[in-house]
Design a protein around this ligand. Structure first.
Ligand SMILES: [Zn+2]
Length: 225
């Protein structure tokens, strides 16, 4: 774990340096300070420290199961550190989120820990596995872009488009990075649910055509979010 953190420090330093350019300032304007702060927090390895402390405090977290890892690899390849991820299926944080948003259930990914309001029923192609895939996209965002994904995802949730990326044909000739943090989560979730496991549903197969998702999944596996 420590060696991974040290190895990634240079990457985080580069992100922070890129942020400190006039181009970044001009491009981001109102959000520049938020991103700068997130990248500074990342450089200090605060997300990893918080994760480590949380692991001591929260006794009920678990690692991904072998089945969850195998299913995740079908989508993410080896682009995220699956072995470091923790799952909390009785999360106070997720319950509070669900209560605040009046939602029946909720998943909240903070750094490398995914918080759920209930125990998942995981099988290949199950609805809960699709849900987990969406949350793992937030882990990919954390891993490749840094903790700025948190405010970007909150912003996406409150935007007009929200989670909706429109017709899957919209994905053609666009990079994954062109979509907001929640759209990214649902693009990858739909790839898992409907492209990888869509054979049973001819209508899905026609609507969610595999080649629409090629560019997006390739970006995901290269960490280009
Ligand atoms: Zn999400």
């Amino acid at each position: 774990m420590l060696s991974t953190v040290l190895r990634r420090t240079y990457l985080k330093w580069q992100r922070l340096r890129q942020q400190c350019t006039i181009a970044a300032l001009q491009e981001q304007r109102s959000t520049w300070l938020l991103t700068f702060t997130a990248q500074f927090v990342d450089l200090l390895a605060l997300p990893e420290i918080v994760d480590l402390l949380a692991r001591w405090v929260k006794f009920n977290t678990r690692p991904l199961s072998p089945l969850e890892m195998a299913e995740a690899r079908k989508v993410f390849g080896n682009s995220i550190p699956l072995e470091h991820i923790r799952i909390d299926e009785f999360s106070l944080l997720a319950w509070m989120g669900a209560w605040l948003q009046n939602a029946p259930q909720m998943g909240v990914t903070i750094f490398y820990t995914i918080n759920f309001t209930r125990r998942l029923k995981i099988e290949a192609a199950s609805g809960d596995m699709g849900w987990l895939i969406h949350e793992l996209v937030h882990i990919a965002q954390m891993h490749h872009v840094g903790s700025r994904y948190i405010w970007e995802a909150l912003h996406a949730q409150n935007s007009a488009e929200g989670y909706d990326y429109g017709n899957p044909r919209n994905l053609l000739y666009k990079n994954l990075a062109a979509f907001n943090r929640e759209q990214q989560g649902d693009i990858v979730r739909h790839y898992y649910d409907y492209v990888l496991y869509g054979e049973a549903y001819p209508l899905f197969k026609q609507y969610y055509q595999a080649h629409y998702y090629d560019e997006q999944i390739s970006d995901l596996q290269k960490g280009k979010l």
